[in-house]
Design a protein around this ligand. Structure first.
Ligand code: NDP
Ligand code: 1BO
Length: 318
């Protein structure tokens, strides 16, 4: 049977992106190979990657083998990569994307994002620290953005965007940009519905890509007392009403708000379950009911960086 065709939406540069992608953060070597292979066989075409996930070579292996077996062509895929915080200095940006391309065994990316607005000290590993404190660099994200634009001109990536940028930071980028960001990839789910940021994005033709849409239950810093989104009573109740799973409710919520969504799973049955969201939809009232769960709960805060001048999650800008 032909794999299911995941719908796409058009970006502000007229290219298109599948509305559902596979997340790869925290997926270990062997499991990510199997996850990407399973996902492509089922019909996923959009894979969300990053240098800092330290599994790009394995994602690349899975992609290559599917291309070699003629299950897909390179043009059928939408591969996202991310510039890590230690490579924001404009002269480091081209080498950073080249490293990811080499890891992924690709000659271009579909989308390359500035992973976070904060630059870290260059040349001391991915998480430079001194006496338990993160070391910062003063490179401004606008300067990094200008180097990102060069990557499009040189053909290393088709589109560029940002991730974890707040409204003010997006505004700064838009003011200096010759090439507009196509997306802002941010944490988004009913506990952190990002209404203000989403309205800003919509007004500026920027697609919001929702990360941690299931509440990132496997995040490394999870505490036993943290609220579990997938077990929220209202979500469970809605799941029962629609004969869907809580995960499917959370994913459809993003699609019906016009967002792209990138759940991570290394479990074949869940990778399949997470695709089975295109046979139902929510009314505006149901979206409002889900929006009403908003409580500002952020599962991926990188709180250790809160003293960085470009830390995005300060109240006045969200
Ligand atoms: P998610 O919200 O996608 O949750 C992933 C967790 O949910 C895993 O433990 C997974 O388990 C489990 N899961 C997946 N599907 C189901 C299901 N149907 N039912 C129950 N549990 C399920 O968290 P992430 O934080 O990983 O976010 C998704 C992706 O977004 C990342 O992998 C990454 O690609 C991107 N991201 C980007 C960030 C950025 O800064 N730009 C930050 C964080 C994420 P299992 O794998 O065992 O099946
Ligand atoms: C350091 C966390 C990044 C996830 O994308």
């Amino acid at each position: 049977m032909a794999p299911f065709k995941i719908p796409k939406i058009t970006l502000n540069n007229k290219l298109s992106i599948p509305v559902l992608g596979l997340g790869t953060w925290k997926a270990k070597s062997k499991e990510v190979i199997k996850a990407v292979t399973t996902a492509i066989d089922l019909g996923y075409r959009h894979i969300d990657c990053a240098l800092v996930y330290e599994n790009e070579p394995d994602v690349g292996k899975a992609i290559q083998s599917k291309i070699k077996d003629k299950v897909i062509g390179r043009n059928d895929l939408f591969i996202t990569g991310k510039l890590w915080n230690t490579f924001h200095r404009p002269d480091l940006v081209e080498d950073a994307i080249k490293t990811s391309l080499c890891n992924l065994k690709l000659d271009y990316l579909d989308l390359y994002l500035i992973h976070w607005p904060m630059a870290y000290r260059e040349g001391h590993g991915l998480f430079p620290m001194f006496r338990n404190k993160a070391l910062h660099s003063h490179v401004h994200y606008n300067a990094t953005w200008k180097a990102m634009e060069e990557l499009v001109r040189k053909g290393y990536t088709k589109s560029i965007g940002v991730s974890n940028f707040n409204v003010k930071q997006l505004d700064d980028v838009l003011r200096c940009a010759c090439i507009k960001p196509v997306t802002n990839q941010v944490e988004c789910h009913p506990y952190l519905n990002q209404e203000r940021l989403l309205n800003y994005c919509k007004a500026n033709q920027i697609i919001l890509t929702a990360y941690s849409p299931l509440g990132s239950p496997d995040r490394p810093w999870a505490n036993t007392n943290d609220p579990i989104l997938l077990e929220d009573k209202k979500i469970l109740c809605m799941a029962k009403r629609f004969s869907k799973t809580p995960a499917q409710i959370l994913l459809r919520y993003q699609i019906d708000r016009g967002n792209v969504v990138i759940p991570k799973s290394v479990t074949p049955s869940r990778i399949k379950e997470n695709m089975e969201i295109f046979d139902f939809s929510f009314t505006c009232k149901e979206i409002q009911q889900l929006n009403a769960l908003n409580c500002g709960r952020r599962y991926v805060a990188l709180a250790g960086d809160s003293n960085h001048p470009h830390y995005p999650f300060t109240e006045c800008f969200n």
